[in-house]
Write a protein that binds this ligand. Structure first.
Ligand SMILES: O=C(O)c1ccccc1N[C@@H]1O[C@H](COP(=O)(O)O)[C@@H](O)[C@H]1O
Length: 209
């Protein structure tokens, strides 16, 4: 199971993620309680080196702003939330960087392949810690055969990541219900908004794997 821990700001929590062999570490480069300046993100990205995929998280920035901030932070992937077009996604596609398209679970484009490397399926308000009905989405996807296969958790064209309100307590059941390729968490491994907990990161990793 691919696991991404998002919203890192402190070295000690990056170190915990590396000890726990997290697959991807996210840095929020958009306004948020978890915001980290690109220069600070670059420092943390350098600590990670190539031990995990480093991800810059964006919401409403323009393509040019995303390029500038991602370059400044030195991340290996961009995670793009907000109302987006296929043309914007195409502009953000680069061979040396992964592209994660983030959509709400009720977004009709969930069924479409926009050329992303990974699709992140989230609650309507990302980073809110809001859980949603993971099992219903899996049931509705099961009725469609095409882009996705919930049997394998990986469709012919892409990989999908479950996010939104995951915690050490509910992640195992969420994986069981929705059979994603990966999971992503932010609020659920925090002691308070924007402040990560090494203990909760460890508990989440144990439960997800
Ligand atoms: O974390 C944020 O503040 C944030 C801000 C803007 C866009 C995305 C954000 N976080 C992403 O939200 C999901 C789930 O978060 P949570 O576990 O429900 O708190 C995750 O993909 C984060 O990358």
């Amino acid at each position: 199971m691919f696991v991404k821990i998002c919203g890192l700001r402190e070295e000690r929590h990056v170190e915990t993620c590396l000890e726990e062999r997290v697959d991807a570490i996210g840095f929020v480069l958009t306004p948020s309680p978890r915001f980290v300046a690109p220069e600070r993100a670059r420092h943390l990205v350098n600590l990670v080196d190539d031990a995990a995929l480093t991800v810059g998280v964006f919401r409403d920035e323009t393509v040019d702003e995303i390029e500038r901030l991602a370059e400044a932070a030195g991340v290996g992937a961009v995670q793009v939330h907000g109302q987006r077009t296929r043309a914007e996604l195409a502009k953000l596609t680069r061979p040396d960087r992964k592209l994660i398209r983030a959509v709400s679970f009720d977004d009709p484009s969930i069924e479409e392949n926009w050329g992303e490397d990974m699709l992140l399926v989230d609650a309507p308000h990302p980073g809110s810690g809001q859980a949603w009905d993971y099992a219903s989405m899996a049931a509705s996807l099961t009725r469609r055969d095409g882009t996705y296969s919930v049997e394998t958790g990986e469709g012919p064209a892409r990989r999908w990541i479950l996010a939104g309100g995951l915690t050490p307590e509910n992640v195992a059941a969420a994986i069981e219900a929705a059979n994603p390729w990966g999971v992503d968490v932010s609020s659920g491994v925090e002691a308070s908004p924007g402040v990560k907990s090494s203990q909760l990161i460890r508990e989440f990793m144990a439960a997800a794997r």
